[in-house]
Design a protein around this ligand. Sequence first.
Ligand SMILES: [Zn+2]
Ligand SMILES: [Zn+2]
Length: 231
Amino acid sequence: MTHTRNTPASEKTSLAPDPARLDPRAARAWTERMSVRALEGGEYAVESASGATYLVSLPERRCSCPDHAIRGEHCKHRRRVALEITAGRVPPPGSRVAGCVACGRTTFAGEDRRLPLCERCALDPDERVRDRETGDLLVVAATRDRRADEVEIEAADCTVAAYPTNREYDPGEPVIEATYPGGERRYAYPLSRLDPRVGVGRVRSVGTMGSRPSAGQTTLVDGRNGLERAG
Ligand SMILES: [Zn+2]
Ligand SMILES: [Zn+2]
């Protein structure tokens, strides 16, 4: 329940800029009906209110419109692209619109990312997670851009997807590398095997795990799949 008395109020103001006080090109960037489509390499196609489409390149700070080409101005199209990126309506340079491979939601992902994940499904480095198969607490080390059926577990001579305790998971999921708290050795898991909803009170330090077997043994005894750190 929200206690409104305890929530500090922001300054009483209008969020939209007052067009009368803006540079005329900035005002048109805000108020004209335009649509923006992201292309590759930081380029955007902007369809103006008149129906003409212009090409904006953010890295090269140019636009194909006459205002820019003839007068060299910071035109309304470039300004509009910046506004749409800030508003999250189009991806920033280097990113593209993609479907999250885990949940299907539309998200922005790096242009070269094969297996895009939305913010809700991605696991961040150092995030604590629980192994759904063993109940063990783990710390995320990295998200790989490769599918579980593409990554080999050398110690087991099979892929992450083919590993016995992983067969219920989608072989197309990205592989997550994780360590035990305070540990160095990385193990590989299909994304959804790791549960990010770890209660803080349940976190164990490595000091309480002294009885766990050595890494070499754990690889095969209890379903943890060993993956030596690459490089
Ligand atoms: Zn322009
Ligand atoms: Zn997702």
